[in-house]
Structure formats: C-alpha cells, structure tokens
Ligand binder design. Structure first.
Ligand SMILES: C[S@@+](CC[C@H](N)C(=O)[O-])C[C@H]1O[C@@H](n2cnc3c(N)ncnc32)[C@H](O)[C@@H]1O
Length: 379
C-alpha cells in the first residue's frame, strides 16, 4: 500500500518479510535502495517507451540481429559469453569512440555463461537468450551443427595475477569444454581468446594447440595489441582462429594504428570529466584506498589506458586528472564498449564483466577477417 507523507513524499508500506528479502537481495547486488529504485524505474520506463527493443538500443545503434534475417548469416555458438564483449564485436552494428562498426553477417544462435549477473547484462544488451550455468551441464543442448564457435575461456589459472594452475586448472581447463563443443557442432571455424601469459608457458600452449589440432583443425594463433585496432587501452591477448579442413587459411586483420597514433585516455573519456556520478549510465567509481599491492596506477592523459582487469577488487586505475579512480563507464569506454551498453549489476560485477571482456572493437576486426575466410570457402 502507498500513501503520501506530510512533505508530499510517496511512502510505500512493505511487509517486514518482503522488506527483509529486498535488503538481502540489495546487499548481494551491491546497490543501495535508492540506486536499485532508480535503475528499476529507468528500466521500466525504457520498456514502456520501446517495448520491442533492448534497453541499450538507440536510433544510431542497430539492434545486433537486425540484418540477420535478410542476408545469409553465419550461425555462431558463443561459449563463456560473459557480458557479451566478443559477441558484440561479431555482430557489429554499434558505434563507439566516434566511429561506426557496421553490422556483420553473424547470428548468435546459442550462448552460455556461468555467471548470472553477466547473463543478465548479455541478454539486455545483445538481445539474445543465454543459458546460464556450468557449460559441462549444457553441452548436450548444443545444436548439432554451427558455422562458428567463439569463446574466451577463463584465464584465472593462467593469468600472472592468478594462482597459475595452468590449462589443467579448474577454470582455464575449461578450454576442454570448447574442444567437446567443437566435436559436437563441427564448426567451420572456432575462435578462442586468452591472456598473453599463455604464450610464456610452452607446455600449456603446446597442450592447447595440440588439443585443437587433434580435432583436425588448422590452428592460427597470434598476440594482438588491442590499441593497434583502435581500442584506447594497451591490452595484449592471444587469439586462436582454428579452421576446419577445406576452409582457406585464416589471414589476421592488419593493425589500423601504430603506437604514435594510439587513441589516448583523454580522447576516450575526456568528455566525462565534468559529469556527475550517474548509476543509470554506469558512471560510478570505487572509493578503494591506494593499495600497497596493486591498482595504484594513474592513467596518463595522452596515452591509452592500462589493461582493465576483472578481479581488481575496486583497485581499478586512477583518473589522469581527477582525484578518484575511473568510473565503470570510463572503464567500458577504455574497453571500447558503446555508451548504450549498460551493465545492470552492482559495481564489483561491473568491474568483473568489463575487465573480462574481449574489447568489442578488437573482436569486430577479428570477426571481419573470419568473415573473409568463410566467404572464400567452398559452400
Ligand atoms: C574471460 S570471460 C569471457 C568474456 C567474454 N568473452 C566477453 O567478451 O565478454 C570468461 C567467462 O567464463 C565464464 N565461466 C567460468 N566458468 C564457467 C563454466 N564452468 N561454465 C560456463 N561459463 C563459465 C565466466 O563467468 C566468465 O564470464
């Protein structure tokens, strides 16, 4: 029941049991009651205004699946989809950092991730169903065939910041689920992404390459510097592009830029310097103190940002001129997400989803090169 207080405010009377559940849910999400209310009200009004469109869709940004029904689209199975950074790159049809990345003829037909908050972000922004849970429990639901599989398998066991159990660790060993998915769906091409540290461990690298080759695929892998492709961040990642027998060899995309013309942090986020915090735009930041171990780096205005990490526990890099850490929207910009891509979760989850993502702009360049390979293939 609701009524008006003497001051004119609307007062909502909630049963104590409901109130307890609400506060428990809020403490899990990391949101305050006011933030949650604002987010829910914004989501609700967006749905009322644009009932058939995902929250993130603007007139400028095409809905990712818009062209898929009119041109031949290559079907994509997305593993370890996270919030959808890599998927957005494959779909295209977005603009970021004053540039338009046109729609590509890929259509995500199946997606999965373990993390329910990431699934929520994925569904709201990519506009596709995603199966939420452990990939090993979903392999039997994969389609019998697909053109492409994409997946950035978890990197914590490989990463220099992780515990280093390697490719047989609980999480990074999940590339083996990708191997199983390839056996089931027999794609023309599959693409796997991971951290640079994988290249430093010859035994881990040999195992992954050996398992991919063992499927009968040709394996191309190389290290990509995201800044070379127009991402305002120095982020190096290894990407494997594996082609089935009979599919032409993959030619990686040419870099667009050299170090002298990398997009700087100020170019990417300078316009947000005067913006007040705003949850609905994810322009909120961590107040974590300077940590003795990590996260004390300060952006340099005329250079790209440093690698955005997923598990930084609030210790994300500091702004180049303001006395605070960068906001989640600024981190998303440094990862080349469009502003219309909204993260519907608490700040720690936003950090995780943004830091985990393949920058959509880097993924778009790789997707375009994969498309060239597919289009040159005998049908
Ligand atoms: C590196 S992130 C992928 C990011 C994604 N490619 C993107 O561009 O946004 C790895 C993802 O694997 C997911 N993951 C970890 N263990 C999993 C499991 N057992 N089954 C399914 N997904 C899992 C994590 O939740 C995380 O989102």
């Amino acid at each position: 029941m609701s009524m008006r207080s003497k001051s004119g405010r609307i007062v909502i009377d909630i049963k104590p049991a409901v109130k307890r559940r609400l506060y428990a849910a809020l403490s899990l999400s990391g949101l305050s009651l006011k933030d949650w209310f604002m987010q829910t009200a914004t989501d609700y009004s967006a749905k009322q205004l644009q009932p058939s469109l995902p929250l993130s869709t603007s007139t400028k940004q095409q809905r990712p699946s818009a062209k898929a029904s009119t041109t031949k689209a290559f079907s994509v199975v997305s593993l370890f989809s996270g919030c959808g950074g890599m998927d957005l790159g494959f779909l295209g049809g977005f603009s970021t950092l004053k540039k338009q990345y046109h729609r590509l003829p890929f259509n995500v037909v199946w997606a999965n991730d373990l993390n329910s908050a990431a699934c929520k972000t994925y569904q709201a922004n990519i506009g596709k169903e995603i199966l939420c849970g452990d990939i090993w429990d979903f392999l039997d639901q994969l389609p019998p065939s697909t053109d492409v599989i994409i997946g950035g398998f978890p990197c914590q066991d490989i990463s220099v910041n992780g515990k280093r159990a390697g490719v047989n660790g609980k999480r990074s060993g999940l590339y083996k689920a990708m191997v199983e998915a390839v056996k089931i769906t027999k794609p023309k091409v599959f693409i796997a992404e991971n951290v640079k540290a994988l290249l430093r461990h010859q035994d881990w690298l040999n195992q992954v390459v050996g398992d991919f080759k063992g499927l009968g695929y040709n394996v191309h892998f190389q290290l990509y510097q995201a800044a070379d492709y127009g991402v305002p961040q120095t982020r190096e990642r290894v990407v494997f592009v594996c082609t089935a027998p009979g599919i032409p060899a993959f030619t990686p995309p040419e870099p667009e830029r050299e170090a002298a013309s990398w997009i700087s942090a100020k170019e990417a986020i300078g316009d947000l310097e005067t913006m007040d915090p705003l949850l609905t735009k994810n322009h909120i930041w961590s107040f974590a103190n300077v940590s003795p171990e990590q996260g004390n780096r300060k952006l340099i205005a005329n250079r790209p940002g440093y690698t955005i990490r997923a598990e930084c526990h609030g210790n994300i890099q500091f702004h180049y001129s303001l006395p605070r850490r960068i906001s989640m929207r600024e981190a998303a910009r440094l990862q080349s997400f469009p502003d219309k891509f909204v993260f519907h979760c608490g700040i720690r989850e936003m950090e995780r989803q943004i830091g985990n993502a393949v920058p959509p702009v880097l993924a778009w360049h790789i997707a375009k090169a994969v498309l060239t390979t597919l289009e040159a293939s005998p049908s």
